[in-house]
Design a protein around this ligand. Structure first.
Ligand code: ADP
Ligand code: MG
Ligand code: MG
Length: 878
């Protein structure tokens, strides 16, 4: 027969699955002989069965409950019916993973019309007794019978006002007695049944209510947000009451063993005298700082300090402790690992290692990877955020950061306003490569279309710029220059604030708190780097980004997107000249011009990298991305290139593709126009030669994109090698370079073994690979991916987290084949997934060498791979 009930004496901290976190820790504290009121725990299994069996307490459970109540009475020498030794209990929920404030607690259970009088006599304090009773009536009414707390509060406040009492504590016993009578009438009025006078009935109804609270709306939402499974159930703890509301020698409080905001190693907490339960957090009275207790009750304070140190040492982590003082005696009611900010998490982890309490490996597991982003970007001030008016909370958290600025609707205007010194937020239905300069000029980008790998998202992440995409509940109308949102309309020049870590947009300016690097953060990242097996590289091409990435510990550059270099106006003209040329000679002239720019770019990039490897991807996007769209732009281009507008339009028409993403792009372009890649290769090698002349060695790695046959790669590689040989001979110098490919079509995965014979390296471009494996357009998938997740068709958006079964399997297979043929080949991942924790968990198991992600995701990626290694070494140690 299943054992559903454990006395606190029978449990311990390792039994969280069964006893819940609260129950297991109460038992553990008993084992440590700490002053914990006695009690017992009904298991999570009992809860799961209760919910399964259609909400009925089973006979077995009831039998065990009676037996345990009997034993409990024996131990405490108290009972629900005794005249002098009255037993009163709390009924507290507690799941395996703590869900603070999500489920319900009832205090003072066991009181009824008769027992309240006994309590008054015994304590010689009728006021106290009736205060406990009215609290029970309120809590029980709300939790068990669903009577809104407001019904009770309304009467309570009315009564206080009528009688002219300022504070709760001013109400005398007689007043509280009246309130209790009235509360009982509320039961009859609202739920047509009386408050149950029989304590055991109170208890069983309370247990059922806690079980049911597992399924209430706020608990469900909390679990979804925190990825806690819905089927683990909650335990119920029945514990003897201690009374913090029994006079000025009593009180209740909460304390953290270290500061949960900064991590500072100092007790941090609050308490209230003559108060019970949630009074401290409820904000009715302003609590006092824990330091004040030192003066008010020096012995209790000292004892509490000792207990908190003992608990921290025992759990080897910062603890969040609830305590109550009853007539000068300290009781501990709960301990758990305290929730903390990212900054505190790092500080505490590093301090605990330095204090010799945990190892470096353990420290690495203590920090939540998602929170690392919080550290590198500014955040909105929590207080200011609470006052703010929401424009949209439906957006995707495309790139973290928190910033405010004036609304602009076009890239030109973004540039124009920022040149005047204004901070601007670029709001567009979506962005395209033409908007790049406007994006650079903006503080943040907000779009209504597109997902986590839309153009706006990818580019913004690369720049470390705040971005929210897919705000589907607002309309950005660039023609009329207005934004319609559920609460009203915004106009150009209005100020908005954007939270890229949450995907939220607010009206007006919100104060921010700057990200600051700390000594602890640097130490922590050093430990991560030393444990990481995979190298982490960055996807970057601008000087500030590359500097940031190296500062964050990147081992090289995994992806330079050369197309990002073609959008400055003087280059765009030449690019357009190249695209729109009729003759080979015209094309060469245009390319030579572009080359002079590229040499300068590559020289900067390669100099910053020095002897660290740098992958430069040759031009990838479809050519139409470089062409003008609007009539105005077309006219301007026609003027610049000195061709008649109709001729230009014809040329554009010729280049038009039904499906440009699947069209003439990547290596396919270079098969048609070999001069294009050869120009880029010349620029790479010439810049490397220039650096070599200055004594700077560098390691360019040339990457050919979108390959799907071996022949494509071989032809281009032969051309490139020939060209490089010639340059080197002329210069009488050589450069240490390599040539590889990006694997982003399913076919390339299938022939990875054959490709590996030809390549020095391979890098999985997971954005395109996901798009092509599913056949989901990454710019349109936003329209249905949400529904796919809701209906359980896909667990996660595969553009955000690797689809292990499909895309992951292709990567695995291709890696195995490639390494089997060419053990020397270097293999990496350079799509967005290279920076995603769950995806890295999978990549780390494969025989790949590195992942590459945007610079601001480098620390998180390093920690991810370090955590994988630590986990593996623990598994073997066990
Ligand atoms: P939560 O999980 O939301 O923190 P708790 O079960 O810890 O809820 O209880 C809510 C409040 O009631 C806490 O302030 C706690 O200290 C208090 N409390 C719980 N049990 C007792 C008890 N046996 N005696 C006195 N106060 C108690
Ligand atoms: Mg609690
Ligand atoms: Mg691609």
């Amino acid at each position: 027969m299943a054992k559903y009930i454990y006395a606190f004496d029978e449990g311990q901290k390792s039994m969280k699955d069964l006893l819940g976190g609260k129950g297991a820790n109460l038992a553990e504290m008993k084992r440590l002989s700490l002053p914990v009121p006695d009690g017992f725990t009904i298991t999570t299994e009992a809860c799961i069965e209760y919910l399964k069996q259609g909400a009925k307490l089973s006979d077995t459970l009831m039998k065990q409950l009676y037996t345990e109540l009997e034993a409990f009475s024996q131990r405490s020498q108290k009972s629900f019916s005794s005249d002098t030794e009255l037993l009163l209990v709390s009924v507290r929920s507690g799941a395996k993973i703590s869900m603070p404030g999500m489920m319900d607690t009832i205090l003072n259970l066991g009181l009824n019309d008769e027992n309240v009088k006994k309590l008054a006599v015994k304590t010689n304090d009728a006021r106290f007794a009736f205060d406990c009773y009215r609290r029970l009536l309120q809590m029980f009414g709300e939790v068990v019978y669903g009577i809104p707390m407001a019904s009770f509060d309304k009467y309570f406040n009315q009564y206080k006002k009528q009688q002219g009492y300022q504070n709760d504590a001013d109400i005398p016993a007689e007043g509280l007695k009246d309130i209790c009578e009235y509360y009982k009438a509320i039961y009859l009025e609202k739920v047509y049944k009386p408050f149950p006078q029989e304590p055991v009935k109170q208890l069983t109804e309370a247990i059922e209510a806690v079980f049911k609270s597992w399924d209430n709306e706020r608990a469900r939402i909390y679990r979804e947000l925190n990825e806690i499974p819905h089927d683990i159930g909650t335990a119920v703890n029945i514990q003897e009451m201690v009374f913090g509301n029994s006079g000025e020698e009593s009180g209740t409080g909460v304390a953290f063993t270290r500061n949960p905001v900064t991590g500072e190693a100092q007790l941090f907490g609050e308490y209230l005298l003559n108060a019970q339960g949630e009074d401290v957090v409820a904000g009715i009275r302003t609590p006092k700082d824990i330091d004040t207790l030192k003066g008010q009750m020096p012995t209790v304070y000292q004892q509490f300090v000792e207990v908190s140190q003992q608990l921290e040492m025992h759990y080897k982590d910062m603890q969040d402790i609830e305590f109550t003082i009853e007539n000068g005696k300290l009781y501990i009611l709960q301990t758990r690992s305290g929730k903390r900010t990212a900054r505190a998490a790092i500080q505490i982890a590093v301090d605990l290692v330095e204090e010799g309490i945990i190892t470096e490996e353990e420290a690495l597991q203590r920090v939540d990877i998602k929170s690392i982003d919080q550290l590198l970007h500014p955040n909105f001030d929590e207080g200011a955020l609470k006052q703010a008016v929401l424009v949209s909370d439906m957006g995707l958290p495309a790139s973290p950061g928190a910033t405010s600025g004036k609304i602009v609707f076009s890239a030109e205007n973004a540039k124009f306003e920022s040149e005047k010194g204004n901070k601007v937020i670029l709001m567009r239905p979506e962005t395209s490569p033409e908007d790049i300069e406007g994006m650079i000029a903006s503080e943040a980008i907000v779009t209504t279309h597109g997902g986590m790998t839309s153009h706006a998202a990818v580019v913004a992440r690369g720049m470390g710029k705040c971005c929210v995409t897919g705000c589907s509940n607002i309309e950005i109308n660039v023609t009329d220059k207005i934004v319609n949102y559920p609460g009203g309309t915004l106009y150009e020049g209005d100020i908005v604030s954007v939270d890229g870590a949450k995907g939220d947009v607010y009206k007006g300016e919100i104060a921010t708190i700057e990200a600051e690097s700390s000594e602890a953060f640097e130490t922590f990242m050093k430990w991560s780097a030393s444990k990481a097996r995979l190298d982490v590289r960055m996807n970057a091409e601008t000087v500030p980004d590359i500097q940031a990435g190296y500062q964050f510990g990147a081992k090289g550059i995994g992806l330079v997107r050369t197309e990002h270099m073609f959008f400055a106006p003087e280059r765009l003209v030449e690019m357009r000249r190249f695209i729109l040329s009729d003759t080979h000679d015209q094309r060469i002239t245009a390319l030579n011009k572009i080359k002079t720019y590229q040499v300068v770019d590559f020289e900067k990039i390669l100099e910053l990298s020095g002897d660290r490897p740098t992958i430069i991807r040759l031009l990838d996007p479809p050519l139409h991305e470089f062409l003008p769209n609007s009539q105005e732009d077309k006219q301007a281009v026609a003027n610049q290139l000195e061709v008649p507008i109709n001729e230009l339009e014809q040329l554009i028409e010729n280049l038009n593709e039904v499906n440009p993403m699947l069209g003439h792009r990547g290596c396919r372009l270079a098969i048609t126009y070999p001069e294009l890649y050869l120009m880029q290769v010349e620029a790479i090698i010439e810049s490397a030669l220039r650096l070599k002349a200055q004594g700077i060695a560098c390691q360019p790695e040339i990457m050919i994109p979108l390959v799907s046959t071996v022949a494509e790669f071989s032809i281009l590689k032969t051309n490139i090698n020939e060209r490089i040989d010639r340059i080197q001979q002329e210069a009488k110098e050589s450069i240490d370079y390599s040539i590889g490919t990006m694997i982003e079509t399913p076919r390339a995965c299938l022939i990875a073994g054959e490709l590996a014979r030809e390549c020095d390296f391979m890098s999985f471009g997971t954005n395109d690979l996901t798009q092509l494996t599913f056949g989901f357009s990454r710019d349109d998938a936003g329209k249905f991916i949400g529904e796919y997740a809701d209906k359980g068709i896909l667990a996660k958006d595969p553009f955000q987290t690797l689809d292990i079964e499909g895309v992951g399997n292709l990567v695995k297979m291709a890696t195995e084949q490639a390494k089997a043929v060419n053990p020397e080949i270097k293999i990496g991942v350079c799509g967005e997934l290279g920076g995603d924790h769950k995806s890295i968990l999978y990549f780390n198991k494969l025989n790949i060498d590195y992942v590459s992600c945007s610079p601001f995701r480098v620390p998180g990626a390093l920690l991810s791979t370090a955590q994988c290694e630590v986990e593996v070494s623990h598994k073997y140690a066990k």
